[in-house]
Design a protein around this ligand. Structure first.
Ligand SMILES: [Zn+2]
Length: 320
């Protein structure tokens, strides 16, 4: 079966050097296997979406020389499909309505917070049935839908990291598949986990390559694949790009937006040369195109550590 990879920019902000490295790896992996690449704009997180950022993301990808097959899928046009998936989960009784506010959860949570994960959901509403949602609707009480996670450690095989184990009970607990209207600017919307699974399955994605900050999402998504009777892709999590202080790329590390590099006259080939060197595909940073990298691409040559985008790297690009 032929490989289908995907690029899934989120227009919640500008695409930066870190995103470019992950997109490059995903694109090269699929294309070097003679596979397809599909594109999706993950724009359901409406309060955080920046106007114009989706078009900018497509321009960034074209600038990098990363192409895709078919028409991009836009998440905000797919609400009926996400609703169908929600109905399927309700039908199976795998989810329940939860009326807790963030403050309720923070007060009730006894376990310490895990970074980026928020407090562990203590299961306050886990005894609720699907049918109780009708009473909540009648009383105009906002609620989200949570998926019951199993009482065991989740395991999966990652294409880069190898065997991964995640204890979802300790890492967030029962997770949200549908946000309440209260949390999402007045409109109840699918949570990232549900939309991604529904879309990857609909787009026939067989290989998901993304940053290793999303490792803990994978067991949640695998539960959804199983519950929805969908075939799960192969997951490959790659190290992130960090600043010289070892922390995730942020404003304090300077302007690493691709649009800023482009405006400053940095060529895509120069950036790709730096990224190819950082991935172990060439011995130096000489400029290169994405297509030229197809023959040197190897997932196994990728260092296990995050790539440190130092000031020296940026100077090498003639930037900063
Ligand atoms: Zn609750």
């Amino acid at each position: 079966m032929s490989v289908v990879g995907r690029l899934a920019p989120s227009p919640t902000g500008a695409q930066h050097v870190g995103n470019a490295r992950t997109y490059l790896i995903a694109w090269l992996s699929a294309r070097s296997q003679g596979g397809q690449v599909v594109l999706r704009i993950e724009d359901i997180d409406s309060p955080r979406i920046k106007p114009g950022a989706a078009d900018q993301a497509l321009e960034d990808l074209r600038w990098l020389g990363l192409d895709w097959d078919g028409v991009p899928v836009i998440q905000t046009t797919r609400m009926p499909t996400y609703r169908q998936a929600l109905e399927a989960l309700k039908h199976q009784g795998r989810i329940y309505p939860c009326t807790c506010t963030r403050t309720d959860i923070e007060r009730a949570a006894s376990a310490p917070h895990v970074e980026h994960e928020g407090p562990v959901y203590p299961g306050t509403c886990a005894g609720r049935s699907v049918a109780e949602a009708d009473d909540l609707d009648a009383a105009a009480i906002p609620y989200c839908w949570r998926f019951r996670v199993p009482d065991r450690v989740s395991q999966f095989e990652d294409g880069f990291l190898g065997r991964c184990e995640v204890d979802l009970r300790r890492l967030g607990g029962d997770f949200v598949v549908w946000k309440s209207a209260r949390a999402a600017a007045g409109v109840a919307t699918p949570a990232y986990q549900l939309a991604v699974v529904v879309d990857d399955a609909a787009q026939g994605v067989s290989e998901v390559i993304r940053g290793d900050d999303l490792v803990s999402s994978t067991p949640r998504q695998l539960l959804l694949y199983e519950a929805l009777g969908l075939r799960a892709p192969r997951f490959i999590h790659v190290p992130l790009v960090v600043g010289s202080d070892g922390r995730r790329l942020a404003k304090r590390h300077g302007d690493t937006r691709l649009s800023a590099l482009r405006e400053a006259g940095v060529s895509a080939q120069a950036l790709l040369g730096l990224l190819a060197w950082s991935c172990g595909w060439q011995a130096d940073c000489r400029p290169v195109t994405a297509r030229e990298l197809l023959k040197s691409f190897r997932l196994t040559s990728l260092p296990r550590e995050p790539f440190v985008l130092s000031a020296e790297c940026l100077r090498m690009l003639g930037y900063a």
